[in-house]
Design a binder for this molecule. Sequence first.
Ligand code: CMP
Length: 139
Amino acid sequence: MATNRTFTMLKPDAVEKGHIGAILEKISASGFRIVAMKLTQMTTKDAQAFYAIHSERPFFADLVEYMTRGPIVAAVLEKDNAVEDFRTLIGATNPADAAEGTIRKMFAESISENAVHGSDSDENAAIESAFHFSGREMF
Ligand code: CMP
């Protein structure tokens, strides 16, 4: 069932570069409502669990190190067709392939440090939201 919600993280590279405000502005201007949001830092255990699906990939250790090296902004967003529309807004995983005007085209520099996460399905949006937020923290 479509929930019209998706989960995002502004990743450590985006936070380090001071892009929180600009990215949130673009998200809001694109019609997403912020349902939950916090500045937080993932532990190694958190990142290993969150990215368990990638545990056999050659970039897994680097991914865990990157995602734990500084704070992230975790958020739940609401909009009709949220998962698909947010993935369109952020652009391709590799910013070199991302369309003009997408968040990754504007704010990311490489496939490994690509500024922002977006859930790939309604099911994962619910799982990832619950990973970072309790029911009482979602509005
Ligand atoms: P995301 O799609 O949000 O979640 C998985 C992350 O793994 C991805 O963003 C990148 O940060 C990283 N990633 C994906 N593919 C590669 C790759 N080929 N090399 C390095 N990192 C990758």
